[in-house]
Design a protein around this ligand. Sequence first.
Ligand SMILES: Nc1nc2c(ncn2[C@@H]2O[C@H](COP(=O)(O)OP(=O)(O)OP(=O)(O)O)[C@@H](O)[C@H]2O)c(=O)[nH]1
Ligand SMILES: [Mg+2]
Length: 209
Amino acid sequence: MIVKDAKFVTSVADSAKLLNDLPEIAFVGRSNVGKSSFINCLTNRNKLAKASSEPGRTRLINYFNINNGQCYFVDLPGYGFARVSDAEKERWSTLIENYLLQSKQLKNVFVILDIRHQPNELDRLMFTFLNHYRIGFTVIATKADKIKKSQIPKQVKMLADALTLTPAAIYPASSHNAYGREKVLARIEELLEAAKLYEGYTDDDSTDE
Ligand SMILES: Nc1nc2c(ncn2[C@@H]2O[C@H](COP(=O)(O)OP(=O)(O)OP(=O)(O)O)[C@@H](O)[C@H]2O)c(=O)[nH]1
Ligand SMILES: [Mg+2]
């Protein structure tokens, strides 16, 4: 996929107002792991999604229209941010959960992890949730610029072992130097194409009645 155009569309605080007119790729992960930065990296737009060194920056579901209708990238609030009230935590997790279960056009969830660290308890819960509801996902190991290039395969293997995945299923990346960007964009293209094929089988748009 070549991102030629990316536009913010809307922020949604209520799962009754989810969009459903384009295929969606959603970005989830721990608070401050780099979800919004990764969307900016993929779209090559510095300030499209609001990123911040303060955790808890993204508080709503943000939709970005990619290439004038090819798909939405959906930026979600992070999980596991300690310094918000229990009520706010509950609101965010309900919003994330409702989004993942109710969005009609969700094609794949990109789970963003920090390449330096083992998945934590909340990351594991997320994978259990996605597996349980059979929601397809892709693992992105970001902040790869924070380690030596020679260490990347070792860290990818560490994450793959922790998640019982094959290392090939994990995409190392960096939003700061765009490492891994092209492979992730190719993956998105593949997912969108596969979703189209699948729709071709399920939609009855045949002309011979
Ligand atoms: N070195 C490095 N820093 C990164 C990378 N990606 C994000 N960051 C930094 O990590 C911090 C958090 O980035 P965000 O993109 O706001 O993270 P987020 O996951 O959207 O955070 P919330 O919306 O609060 O959940 C910022 O200070 C970013 O500059 C990366 O690939 N490399
Ligand atoms: Mg964010």
